[in-house]
Design a protein around this ligand. Structure first.
Ligand code: ADP
Ligand code: MG
Length: 248
Protein backbone atom coordinates (compact mmCIF):
# COMPACT_ATOMS: atom_id res chain seq x y z
CA UNK A 1 0.00 0.00 0.00
CA UNK A 2 1.34 3.41 -1.00
CA UNK A 3 0.57 6.35 1.28
CA UNK A 4 1.33 9.93 0.25
CA UNK A 5 1.86 12.70 2.77
CA UNK A 6 1.31 16.03 1.05
CA UNK A 7 0.92 19.71 1.91
CA UNK A 8 2.73 23.02 2.09
CA UNK A 9 6.31 23.20 3.31
CA UNK A 10 6.40 23.69 7.05
CA UNK A 11 3.02 22.02 7.62
CA UNK A 12 4.68 19.00 9.19
CA UNK A 13 4.84 16.45 6.34
CA UNK A 14 8.28 15.05 7.15
CA UNK A 15 7.60 14.84 10.88
CA UNK A 16 4.30 13.03 10.32
CA UNK A 17 5.78 10.75 7.63
CA UNK A 18 8.71 9.69 9.81
CA UNK A 19 6.60 9.14 12.92
CA UNK A 20 3.86 7.27 11.07
CA UNK A 21 6.43 5.05 9.40
CA UNK A 22 7.81 4.24 12.86
CA UNK A 23 4.29 3.58 14.16
CA UNK A 24 3.54 1.16 11.31
CA UNK A 25 6.91 -0.58 11.64
CA UNK A 26 6.50 -0.97 15.41
CA UNK A 27 3.06 -2.51 14.78
CA UNK A 28 4.72 -5.08 12.55
CA UNK A 29 4.21 -3.91 8.96
CA UNK A 30 7.15 -4.14 6.57
CA UNK A 31 7.47 -0.40 6.12
CA UNK A 32 9.35 1.89 3.74
CA UNK A 33 9.76 5.63 4.02
CA UNK A 34 10.56 7.72 0.95
CA UNK A 35 11.59 11.37 1.20
CA UNK A 36 10.74 12.97 -2.15
CA UNK A 37 12.24 16.39 -1.47
CA UNK A 38 15.28 16.75 -3.71
CA UNK A 39 16.88 19.65 -1.90
CA UNK A 40 16.40 18.96 1.76
CA UNK A 41 16.75 15.47 3.11
CA UNK A 42 14.53 15.90 6.15
CA UNK A 43 14.10 12.14 6.29
CA UNK A 44 17.86 11.67 6.44
CA UNK A 45 18.02 14.27 9.14
CA UNK A 46 15.28 12.76 11.32
CA UNK A 47 16.89 9.35 11.14
CA UNK A 48 20.43 10.59 11.52
CA UNK A 49 21.29 9.04 8.17
CA UNK A 50 23.65 10.85 5.88
CA UNK A 51 24.71 7.98 3.65
CA UNK A 52 23.35 7.46 0.21
CA UNK A 53 21.79 4.15 -0.75
CA UNK A 54 24.06 1.15 -1.16
CA UNK A 55 22.95 0.70 -4.71
CA UNK A 56 22.02 3.51 -7.04
CA UNK A 57 18.43 3.59 -8.15
CA UNK A 58 19.43 3.59 -11.78
CA UNK A 59 21.56 0.47 -11.39
CA UNK A 60 18.84 -1.43 -9.67
CA UNK A 61 16.11 -0.29 -12.07
CA UNK A 62 18.20 -1.36 -15.05
CA UNK A 63 18.73 -4.89 -13.76
CA UNK A 64 16.64 -7.49 -15.48
CA UNK A 65 16.76 -10.49 -13.16
CA UNK A 66 17.89 -9.88 -9.63
CA UNK A 67 16.20 -6.53 -9.30
CA UNK A 68 15.57 -5.79 -5.65
CA UNK A 69 14.51 -2.24 -4.93
CA UNK A 70 15.07 -2.79 -1.21
CA UNK A 71 18.80 -2.47 -1.86
CA UNK A 72 18.25 1.24 -2.53
CA UNK A 73 16.95 1.74 0.98
CA UNK A 74 18.94 2.27 4.14
CA UNK A 75 17.96 0.16 7.09
CA UNK A 76 16.80 1.94 10.21
CA UNK A 77 15.61 -0.37 12.96
CA UNK A 78 12.39 -1.97 11.81
CA UNK A 79 11.95 0.17 8.73
CA UNK A 80 13.79 1.12 5.57
CA UNK A 81 14.28 4.66 4.36
CA UNK A 82 15.29 6.38 1.16
CA UNK A 83 15.72 10.08 0.55
CA UNK A 84 15.76 11.39 -3.00
CA UNK A 85 18.12 14.10 -1.75
CA UNK A 86 20.73 11.41 -1.15
CA UNK A 87 20.61 9.98 -4.66
CA UNK A 88 23.74 10.62 -6.65
CA UNK A 89 24.39 11.84 -10.16
CA UNK A 90 24.37 8.20 -11.15
CA UNK A 91 20.67 8.34 -10.66
CA UNK A 92 17.94 10.06 -12.47
CA UNK A 93 18.08 13.07 -10.19
CA UNK A 94 21.14 14.51 -11.90
CA UNK A 95 22.11 17.98 -10.69
CA UNK A 96 18.94 18.06 -8.62
CA UNK A 97 16.80 17.68 -11.71
CA UNK A 98 13.42 16.15 -11.10
CA UNK A 99 13.08 12.42 -11.46
CA UNK A 100 11.69 11.43 -14.85
CA UNK A 101 8.06 10.23 -14.72
CA UNK A 102 8.92 6.75 -16.10
CA UNK A 103 11.58 6.28 -13.43
CA UNK A 104 9.28 7.57 -10.71
CA UNK A 105 6.45 5.25 -11.76
CA UNK A 106 8.72 2.22 -11.91
CA UNK A 107 10.31 3.07 -8.59
CA UNK A 108 6.91 3.45 -6.87
CA UNK A 109 5.57 0.28 -8.42
CA UNK A 110 8.55 -1.81 -7.30
CA UNK A 111 8.64 -0.28 -3.85
CA UNK A 112 4.94 -0.94 -3.39
CA UNK A 113 5.52 -4.57 -4.31
CA UNK A 114 8.41 -4.99 -1.85
CA UNK A 115 6.84 -3.48 1.25
CA UNK A 116 3.52 -3.76 3.01
CA UNK A 117 3.33 -0.03 3.66
CA UNK A 118 5.26 2.73 1.89
CA UNK A 119 5.01 6.31 3.10
CA UNK A 120 6.03 9.00 0.65
CA UNK A 121 6.94 12.37 2.13
CA UNK A 122 5.97 14.43 -0.94
CA UNK A 123 7.51 17.60 -2.30
CA UNK A 124 5.04 20.51 -2.23
CA UNK A 125 5.88 21.35 -5.83
CA UNK A 126 3.18 20.35 -8.31
CA UNK A 127 5.71 19.76 -11.11
CA UNK A 128 7.64 17.11 -9.21
CA UNK A 129 6.88 13.88 -11.05
CA UNK A 130 7.64 11.57 -8.14
CA UNK A 131 5.30 13.45 -5.81
CA UNK A 132 2.47 13.94 -8.29
CA UNK A 133 2.62 10.31 -9.43
CA UNK A 134 2.68 9.16 -5.87
CA UNK A 135 -0.52 11.12 -5.20
CA UNK A 136 -2.18 9.38 -8.13
CA UNK A 137 -0.80 5.90 -7.42
CA UNK A 138 -1.27 5.97 -3.65
CA UNK A 139 -4.03 4.06 -1.92
CA UNK A 140 -4.30 6.81 0.65
CA UNK A 141 -3.31 10.47 0.81
CA UNK A 142 -2.82 12.55 3.93
CA UNK A 143 -3.07 16.28 3.25
CA UNK A 144 -1.25 18.07 6.07
CA UNK A 145 -2.14 21.63 6.98
CA UNK A 146 -1.60 24.05 9.84
CA UNK A 147 -3.28 27.18 11.19
CA UNK A 148 -2.37 30.37 9.37
CA UNK A 149 -3.36 32.25 6.27
CA UNK A 150 -0.57 30.90 4.06
CA UNK A 151 -1.62 27.32 4.75
CA UNK A 152 -5.27 28.12 4.05
CA UNK A 153 -4.31 29.77 0.74
CA UNK A 154 -2.19 26.77 -0.25
CA UNK A 155 -5.03 24.40 0.67
CA UNK A 156 -7.39 26.41 -1.55
CA UNK A 157 -4.96 26.11 -4.45
CA UNK A 158 -4.70 22.35 -3.88
CA UNK A 159 -8.45 21.83 -3.92
CA UNK A 160 -8.68 22.04 -7.69
CA UNK A 161 -5.71 19.72 -8.07
CA UNK A 162 -7.43 17.19 -5.81
CA UNK A 163 -10.41 17.27 -8.17
CA UNK A 164 -8.24 17.10 -11.29
CA UNK A 165 -6.22 14.15 -10.04
CA UNK A 166 -9.40 12.47 -8.76
CA UNK A 167 -7.89 11.69 -5.39
CA UNK A 168 -10.75 13.06 -3.29
CA UNK A 169 -12.04 9.67 -2.14
CA UNK A 170 -8.74 8.49 -0.74
CA UNK A 171 -7.71 11.78 0.83
CA UNK A 172 -7.95 12.73 4.48
CA UNK A 173 -6.87 16.03 6.01
CA UNK A 174 -4.51 16.25 8.98
CA UNK A 175 -4.57 19.49 10.96
CA UNK A 176 -1.25 19.92 12.68
CA UNK A 177 -1.50 22.42 15.55
CA UNK A 178 1.11 25.15 15.89
CA UNK A 179 2.89 26.61 18.89
CA UNK A 180 0.04 28.98 19.68
CA UNK A 181 -1.99 25.83 20.12
CA UNK A 182 -4.55 26.80 17.54
CA UNK A 183 -6.28 23.74 16.26
CA UNK A 184 -8.91 22.60 13.82
CA UNK A 185 -11.12 25.65 13.31
CA UNK A 186 -8.16 27.77 12.22
CA UNK A 187 -6.90 25.37 9.62
CA UNK A 188 -8.70 26.94 6.68
CA UNK A 189 -11.25 25.44 4.37
CA UNK A 190 -10.51 22.28 2.46
CA UNK A 191 -13.51 21.04 0.62
CA UNK A 192 -13.39 17.42 1.69
CA UNK A 193 -16.52 16.39 3.51
CA UNK A 194 -14.91 13.78 5.68
CA UNK A 195 -13.46 13.42 9.11
CA UNK A 196 -10.32 15.41 9.78
CA UNK A 197 -7.45 14.08 11.85
CA UNK A 198 -6.04 16.54 14.38
CA UNK A 199 -2.51 16.39 15.77
CA UNK A 200 -1.70 18.46 18.85
CA UNK A 201 1.34 20.70 19.11
CA UNK A 202 3.98 18.77 21.04
CA UNK A 203 7.20 20.25 22.34
CA UNK A 204 8.87 16.84 22.37
CA UNK A 205 8.04 16.39 18.71
CA UNK A 206 9.54 19.76 17.88
CA UNK A 207 12.78 19.01 19.74
CA UNK A 208 13.01 15.49 18.33
CA UNK A 209 13.36 17.05 14.87
CA UNK A 210 16.49 18.91 15.99
CA UNK A 211 17.81 15.86 17.84
CA UNK A 212 17.69 13.79 14.67
CA UNK A 213 15.45 11.07 16.01
CA UNK A 214 11.77 10.61 15.30
CA UNK A 215 9.63 11.24 18.36
CA UNK A 216 8.06 7.77 18.12
CA UNK A 217 11.45 6.22 18.80
CA UNK A 218 12.40 8.57 21.65
CA UNK A 219 12.00 7.47 25.24
CA UNK A 220 10.25 9.18 28.10
CA UNK A 221 7.73 11.37 26.31
CA UNK A 222 5.67 13.42 28.74
CA UNK A 223 1.94 13.94 29.08
CA UNK A 224 1.71 16.11 25.97
CA UNK A 225 3.68 13.46 24.18
CA UNK A 226 1.09 10.85 24.95
CA UNK A 227 -1.62 13.04 23.39
CA UNK A 228 0.41 13.23 20.22
CA UNK A 229 1.03 9.48 20.24
CA UNK A 230 -2.67 8.77 20.60
CA UNK A 231 -3.60 11.11 17.76
CA UNK A 232 -0.90 9.62 15.56
CA UNK A 233 -2.19 6.14 16.38
CA UNK A 234 -5.64 7.09 15.04
CA UNK A 235 -4.07 7.95 11.70
CA UNK A 236 -2.02 4.76 11.87
CA UNK A 237 -5.14 2.66 12.36
CA UNK A 238 -6.70 4.23 9.28
CA UNK A 239 -3.55 3.43 7.31
CA UNK A 240 -3.60 -0.17 8.48
CA UNK A 241 -7.04 -0.73 7.03
CA UNK A 242 -7.22 -1.87 3.43
CA UNK A 243 -9.26 0.11 0.90
CA UNK A 244 -9.19 3.79 0.02
CA UNK A 245 -11.68 4.93 2.64
CA UNK A 246 -10.70 2.34 5.21
CA UNK A 247 -14.13 0.71 4.90
CA UNK A 248 -13.31 -2.14 2.59
N1 ADP B 1 2.80 18.45 16.09
C1 ADP B 1 3.94 19.15 16.15
N2 ADP B 1 4.32 19.72 17.30
C2 ADP B 1 5.44 20.44 17.37
N3 ADP B 1 6.28 20.67 16.37
C3 ADP B 1 5.98 20.14 15.18
C4 ADP B 1 4.80 19.33 15.00
N4 ADP B 1 4.76 18.92 13.70
C5 ADP B 1 5.87 19.44 13.12
N5 ADP B 1 6.59 20.17 13.99
C6 ADP B 1 7.83 20.93 13.71
O1 ADP B 1 7.54 21.83 12.65
C7 ADP B 1 8.64 21.99 11.79
C8 ADP B 1 8.24 21.70 10.35
O2 ADP B 1 7.88 20.35 10.22
P1 ADP B 1 8.30 19.47 8.96
O3 ADP B 1 7.82 18.10 9.24
O4 ADP B 1 9.75 19.64 8.64
O5 ADP B 1 7.40 20.15 7.84
P2 ADP B 1 7.39 19.89 6.25
O6 ADP B 1 8.04 18.57 6.01
O7 ADP B 1 5.95 19.90 5.86
O8 ADP B 1 8.13 21.02 5.63
C9 ADP B 1 9.73 21.06 12.31
O9 ADP B 1 10.63 21.81 13.07
C10 ADP B 1 8.98 20.09 13.20
O10 ADP B 1 9.80 19.59 14.24
MG1 MG C 1 9.71 18.16 4.76
Amino acid sequence: MLISVWGKNGAGKSTISANLACWLAIKGSRTALVGANRFYGAIQHYFGLDLGPEQSLRNVLSEKDSMDIRRCFVEYGQLKALSVASLSNEDDVIGRQRMRPETAARFLELTDRSFERTIIDCDESTDDALSMLSLVMSDKVLYVTKPGVQFAVFARACESLVGGLRIEDKLRVVCNADKRRQELSDCGAFNVKKDIFALPYCRDVESSGDAGKPFMLARGAGRRGSRYRRALGEIGLWLEKPGADGQA
